[in-house]
Design a protein around this ligand. Sequence first.
Ligand SMILES: C[S@@+](CC[C@H](N)C(=O)[O-])C[C@H]1O[C@@H](n2cnc3c(N)ncnc32)[C@H](O)[C@@H]1O
Length: 465
Amino acid sequence: MRIGDLTGSTSPKPRSGLRADLTIEGLDARGRGLGHLKGYTVSVRGGVPGDRLLVGLRKVRHRRKEAEARILDMIQPGVPRKSAPCEHFGLCGGCLWQDVAYEDQLALKSRLVETCLAHVGVEPEFEAPMQAPSPFYYRNKMEFSIGTSDEGEPTIGLHASGRYDHVFDLDACHLQSELSNQIVGLTRDFVRSRGLSSYDLKRHTGLLRFLTVRDGKHSGEVMVALTTSEEPFEAAAAYADALMTTFPEVASVIHSVNGRKAQVATGDVEHVVAGKSSIIDRLGRYRFDISLGSFFQPNTFQAERMFEKVQDYAGLKQDDRVLDLYCGTGGISFYLAEDAGEVLGIESSESAIQDAVRNSAENEVEGCRFMAGPAEELLTQLDGAGESYDVAVTDPPRPGMHPKALAALGNLGPRRIVYVSCNPQALSEDVVRLRRYGYEATSAQVVDMLPQTPHCELVVRLDRD
Ligand SMILES: C[S@@+](CC[C@H](N)C(=O)[O-])C[C@H]1O[C@@H](n2cnc3c(N)ncnc32)[C@H](O)[C@@H]1O
């Protein structure tokens, strides 16, 4: 087969199985490399900007002019590649960039973010990217899936790339602690020795669905949760006993029951099988009670540094009234309250707000209040009531701020907004919308929260003219 046979003007439409010479120009939202062939956008797992690759086309969608391809050969790398430390690299749907040196990962993330913002004319002064203290073993939570091997035994690990129905047996993940790898191993031996079945996604039969390990990076406390499709889970007490006897760090063993079809590890019913219902950890000087369903930033040490950056960009004065929008369980609010007169945290999740209130009381934080409800509604009410705030921090979910929330924030007119986001595209669009209220992005920093993956956080300071 000829290489590059799609690039000529008379070439046929791309079709599955064709090989082509492709240059990667950018990344999609999932971190796959993107290139163009005959007017089609082609995504390639593992490709990074600058790579020239020999690829084989797989799925081709003519109506959308899109295709997926896999790498057959590297013709010219955009960044040098090294061998990945993880034996599951390539098969695993997790880390995409383990074969890229860490400093090159940072440079790639910076370039992508800066290009994305510059594309819409947003050009703050970028600080050097904030590198993670540890590029491996940083995650404080992993949800492992449970599947079935060809021999019919439970497999515990992660999904093979692009295969929602195939879970490979994990030997060692390099993103969470070695202890969590050992917990995976013990759990696998235990469920196999008991002849327990895995949940079958297609037939909706079988018991075991997920294994979640939460790891208090400061406290050393560990939570282990097994999610099953139904009750009872008769081996639960024996499982907890095996875990706690082998690993004294395990402070909480939870049985979670998810009888719904949705593939989520947090079930509708939770039983504490042994130990406590939650574990404790810290962010900076603040102590948090973390239950199975609580949101907690996945990289503890880097979250602390990111919150300090938010505090720095906020530049608060003693009497300032501050908004912390999309505040989760209140982590950023506590940091802001150190320097401000008062902080109002707004968040749609009732349970997160309950956690925020409890955490602020336990940490004796003064000057923080919390409101549960959609930011778009609560901000509109605050604006209508003639409230005023000096500074606002906003950390919305991936799609960015609701237009009504953004308009109400613009009308409230704080002198400064600190925008935190894991999605530079959504952030750049919101920053452009905030211009009509007089805001301009002045400083920015990429925060590498998830090394080995293409994802990052971005903190941007906006000042009003
Ligand atoms: C990226 S997280 C921010 C977490 C928090 N700042 C922290 O660091 O712990 C986004 C938060 O927005 C919340 N959320 C989603 N939609 C919302 C809405 N319409 N109004 C308010 N909060 C919302 C989610 O529940 C989630 O806690």
